[in-house]
Structure formats: structure tokens, C-alpha cells
Ligand binder design. Structure first.
Ligand SMILES: CC(=O)N[C@H]1[C@@H](OP(=O)(O)OP(=O)(O)OC[C@H]2O[C@@H](n3ccc(=O)[nH]c3=O)[C@H](O)[C@@H]2O)O[C@H](CO)[C@@H](O)[C@@H]1O[C@H](C)C(=O)N[C@@H](C)C(=O)N[C@H](CCC(=O)O)C(=O)O
Length: 508
């Protein structure tokens, strides 16, 4: 996608519209134009405006010479740098990324009606469901989040759940150019905290639920919650849809200064979950709202999706979609990759591959696996924890794993930490558990061993990585190896199944 060039004077004007202090311009004639805002010197192309962002490990100002060498047309800085390039000096480069990213992408959000989705768990699935509802209601809708960006039948990858502002606006431009009238944006707390979504105005924002996470970044649970609550401020969103099944959701619904639709099992919920059932064929939910009772069918598997479906229903209602269109949209959304992906069955064990990587999400995933086992079936859990991230969660993950029958402790990408020590921390939570615990350090071998040990009525639950395909055990990203949990499980199932059939065939 080639973005149009923007006059330097317009860049200066937009930068001055951001409050926070003086903006000074050095160099750049009236005929100077720039194209695309870039925050990484390695991604600069001729004509780029390179924004020097001060980060946690590096300072973009130090990379200005590299950006110049790659053909940057101008620099955005917040301290003087030694350069021949035209420079715009602003109080905070980060605060400019949203407004200038929007300008250089041709202000795509003006052509799109936006829905934001945040919450500790369920963002990706709920975003997909909301997109399905809006597509079914006749509005071509794009989505951007952990699985990348999609519009119509097109897709593109993104590095983060919520991309940095310049990339986010480029993605929105790509959607608008593809004919989208709406977009659903997954909003991570880190993105909200870092201002990646500043300047975007949402028609509705959705809160899917909350539990302790990302404390490495936020420091405290309160700050983590406050980052998410920011999405529900007036000016940022016109309305909220909030799952109120946990105290944090109730607090948000009580405190938000925008109109909120409450979703959940409580009597005071505006969209109330009246009943549900789930199995390997999908999930059915009975919902009640001001228009009566509604039965919703979905191919998504697992009790965790009950409130995701209810929240998507509520979002459709807030946006004026008719109940039959919403129901049709929800029924048509296929399970997102790595979110309770179900394999096997038909005489073989079921394998569920899921992204659960927090204690509560893991507890819900084990409950879902239990829902799927036959009467005498056991739950085999393949569990690890990522290195160098949110270490405080490990004991809680071990605690949630106690509800499984067999736990296969393994590697989830140690990122330079000692993998045995990570497994040791998971074991603390499992201490005294009746579950059988085995350690198989190699992840591929652990998944294969769990599938081999499982009987036809059993469920093998593989958690932590979901859709991810790269596994890293050092601090150098170039050392990552390709490993897709679902692919490994499918291979194990196919091999073992074939063997059983072969044996049966030979015996008869
Ligand atoms: C905490 C966080 O979000 N960090 C992001 C931040 O990193 P940073 O502040 O450490 O940046 P830095 O490495 O110090 O570099 C500073 C600047 O110099 C630039 N640079 C650096 C090197 C170079 O050679 N040239 C150059 O120009 C960098 O591009 C950057 O603009 O800015 C970087 C550049 O945009 C991001 O890649 C990086 O995301 C890292 C990779 C990350 O892992 N972020 C995760 C934690 C994240 O944001 N996750 C959320 C939540 C997901 C969830 O819900 O689970 C998400 O939205 O994905």
C-alpha cells in the first residue's frame, strides 16, 4: 500500500493541534512532502517521516542517522539531534504518533465506525464475533488484533495485539480502501497505556472481563484496570458494553460516564445469560434482553464463550442490528485460530488447543475440557509458562492445573530463563494435587506423549500458545523455532489413530 505524500506544513499544523507545549520547526521548504510515519529506523523507506521514540531499551533519537541513511525525509524529535534533515521538535513524540499517524494515512478513521474490545481474556474471540454480527448486518467490517488484521477475505499480519499508532492507522486505511465501513479494534491495556489508540473515537467499547495480568508493565492491578477503564472515557467512546460477572466489570459499569449495557448472569444485566450448554459441536446460549428471549447457536466450543457471545449480542443491539441478523452473524463465525480449537474425536481423544495463559483462563479451559470428556474420561493438560514475562502468574497457573487428571509440564518458550526453574514454579501451585504430574521438557514430545496416553473418552488440553507458531528459548529472536501446537497434536492424532486402525485391521 502506497500512501499519498503530505506537505510538511500540514504535518506541522497537525502537530501544533496536540496540546502539551511548544512545537518548533527547523528546516524543510514549502515544497517538502513526507510519506508514512515510521518509528523503527530499520523500516524507513525513502520519504518517510522518522519519529524518534524514547523506549524502554533504546532511544529512537540515537537511530536518526540510520533513518537518514535509509532515505528519511524528515525527523520528529523531542530533543535536539545532530542532523541535516528537516526536524519538527515536539514536547512528546509518543503523544504525536496517533494524530500524525492518522494524517499520514489520510485520516482513515473518519471513514470508519469503530468498535473497541478490551478485557483480560476473550478479546480476540469477541472481536471476531462482533465483526461477524456487523458483517451479517450488511456493513463490511474489518478487524485488527492478536491474530492480525482482516477485511473481507483479505488478511495481513501485525506484530502486536494493538499495533503502534502509525501502523494502526495504516491498517485502518487498508480496511477503508477495501470497502470497510466499520472496524473492530482489539485494545490491549499496554496499548491504551502507551497511547497507541489516542485520537480514535469509538462508537461502542466492549469489556470482556478482568483478572490480574501484565503486571510486569503496569506494576499494580489497580493501574492495569485503570488502563483498561480509559477506553470507557467520554470522548473516547460513546457507549460501553460491559461483562459484569466479575467485581471489576461491575465497578467499571458503575463508574463509567458513558451509557453502559451490562452483560452477564446477574438479575440487573441488560443482556442476561439465562442458560447455556456446550459440547464439541458448539455452544448454545439463551439470552434475555428488552426484546425478549433469544437462542444463540455458535460453532465455538467452551463455556468461556458464553459471555463473549452475550457481549457480541449486546454490541449488535447497541449498534441497532436486528436480533435475527445478530443471531445469523454469531452462528456464522468460525472459531478463531488457537481459541479452543478442537481436533480429534470419532473414536480418538479430543485435543483442545487454547491460548489460556492466566490462572482464571486456565481454570475455565480445564472446565471446558471437563465438559467435553466422556463419562469416564480424563483431562490431560499440557502446561508451560513463558519465560521473562509475568512470573508471578506461574504458581496460580499450577493452582488451576490441579483440576486436571494428568499434567504434562513442559516448555513454552523460556526466552533465556532456566526452563527447569519455570517448571519448578508451576509445580509449587500443583503441590499436594491429586493430578499425576510428569515433566517432558520438549514441547513437541509433551504434546505427543499426552495424545499417546489419552484414551478415546479423554481430552488433551494444550494451553498457553494458541495461534502462535514461533517458540523462543533465548533472548535472540533469530533463535526462534517454528512450532504449531495444533499441528503437532494433529500429527500425533493421525499417527496414533492410523496405528490403532492398522492394528485392528491386522488382527481381523
Ligand atoms: C512494552 C512495549 O509495548 N514495548 C514496545 C516499545 O518498546 P520499547 O519502548 O522497549 O522500544 P525500544 O526497543 O526501547 O526502542 C525505542 C524506539 O527505538 C526504535 N528503534 C530501535 C532499534 C533500532 O535499531 N532502531 C529503532 O528505530 C524502536 O522501534 C522504538 O520506536 O516499542 C516497540 C516499537 O514499537 C515495540 O515493539 C515494543 O513492543 C514489544 C515488542 C512488546 O512485546 N510489547 C508487548 C508487551 C505489547 O505491547 N503487548 C500488548 C498486549 C498483548 C496482550 O494483551 O497480551 C499488545 O498490544 O500487543
Amino acid at each position: 500500500m502506497r500512501l499519498p505524500r503530505v506537505p510538511w506544513s500540514e504535518v506541522e499544523r497537525r502537530a501544533r493541534s496536540v496540546s502539551g507545549g511548544p512545537v518548533t520547526r527547523a528546516g524543510g521548504t514549502d515544497d517538502l512532502t513526507v510519506r508514512s510515519l515510521v518509528t523503527d529506523s530499520r523500516l524507513v523507506v525513502p520519504g518517510s517521516l522518522f519519529a524518534c521514540v524514547r523506549g524502554a531499551t533504546s532511544d529512537g533519537h540515537r537511530h536518526a542517522p540510520a533513518a537518514a541513511a535509509r532515505g528519511a525525509a524528515a525527523l520528529l524529535v523531542d530533543r535536539p539531534v545532530d542532523t541535516d534533515l528537516p526536524v519538527l521538535c515536539v514536547p512528546s513524540v509518543r503523544a504525536q504518533l496517533g494524530p500524525l499517524g492518522a494524517l499520514l494515512a489520510g485520516d482513515p478513521a473518519r471513514a470508519l465506525r469503530l468498535v473497541g474490545v478490551t478485557g483480560s481474556n476473550g478479546k480476540t474471540t469477541t472481536s471476531a464475533l462482533v465483526r461477524g454480527v456487523l458483517d451479517a448486518d450488511g456493513d463490511c467490517t474489518g478487524v485488527v488484533g492478536t491474530l492480525g488484521a482482516e477485511v473481507g477475505s483479505r488478511s495481513r499480519s501485525t506484530a502486536l495485539t494493538t499495533p503502534e499508532a502509525p501502523e494502526l492507522h495504516e491498517v485502518l486505511r487498508w480496511m477503508a480502501d477495501a470497502g470497510a465501513r466499520r472496524a473492530v479494534v482489539e485494545a490491549s491495556s499496554i496499548a491504551l497505556d502507551m497511547g497507541r489508540m489516542d485520537g480514535l473515537a469509538f462508537e461502542v467499547s466492549v469489556f470482556t472481563g478482568f483478572e490480574e495480568d501484565h503486571l510486569d508493565h503496569h506494576g499494580t492491578v489497580e493501574q492495569y484496570w485503570a488502563s483498561k477503564a480509559r477506553l470507557f472515557e467520554p470522548g473516547r467512546t460513546a457507549a460501553g458494553v460491559v461483562v459484569t460477572d466479575d467485581p471489576w466489570g461491575r465497578r467499571l459499569a458503575d463508574q463509567a460516564a458513558v451509557p453502559v449495557t451490562r452483560v452477564g448472569s446477574d438479575r440487573d444485566a441488560d443482556v442476561r445469560v439465562l442458560g447455556w450448554r456446550t459440547g464439541s459441536g458448539g455452544t448454545e446460549v439463551l439470552l434475555g434482553d428488552d426484546t425478549g428471549g433469544h437462542r444463540v447457536h455458535s460453532p465455538l466450543v467452551g463455556r468461556v464463550h458464553v459471555t463473549n457471545l452475550a457481549a457480541a449480542w449486546a454490541t449488535g443491539r447497541v449498534l441497532g442490528a436486528a436480533p435475527d441478523r445478530i443471531a445469523a452473524g454469531l452462528a456464522a463465525v468460525a472459531p478463531p485460530r488457537g481459541r479452543n480449537t478442537v481436533l480429534g474425536g470419532s473414536g480418538r481423544p479430543l485435543v483442545v488447543v487454547d491460548y489460556a495463559h492466566t490462572p482464571r483462563a486456565l481454570a475455565a479451559a480445564v472446565d471446558t475440557a471437563r465438559d467435553l470428556t466422556g463419562r469416564s474420561g480424563r483431562v490431560h493438560l499440557v502446561l508451560g509458562a513463558r519465560g521473562r514475562r509475568d512470573r508471578y502468574k506461574r504458581q496460580g497457573l499450577g493452582g488451576s492445573a490441579r483440576a486436571a487428571d494428568c499434567v504434562w509440564l513442559t516448555n513454552e518458550g523460556s526466552h533465556g530463563e532456566d526452563p527447569a526453574a519455570i517448571r519448578g514454579e508451576l509445580r509449587v501451585g500443583l503441590f499436594g494435587s491429586p493430578a499425576r504430574v510428569r515433566e517432558v521438557p520438549d514441547r513437541r514430545a509433551a504434546i505427543t506423549a499426552a495424545v499417546a496416553a489419552a484414551g478415546p473418552a479423554d481430552v488433551v488440553l494444550v494451553v498457553g500458545r494458541g495461534h502462535e507458531t514461533r517458540l523462543l528459548d533465548t533472548t535472540d529472536p533469530r533463535d526462534a523455532v517454528l512450532l504449531d501446537d495444533a499441528e503437532v497434536a494433529a500429527t500425533a492424532l493421525a499417527t496414533l489413530h492410523a496405528r490403532e486402525e492398522d492394528l485392528r485391521g491386522r488382527a481381523s
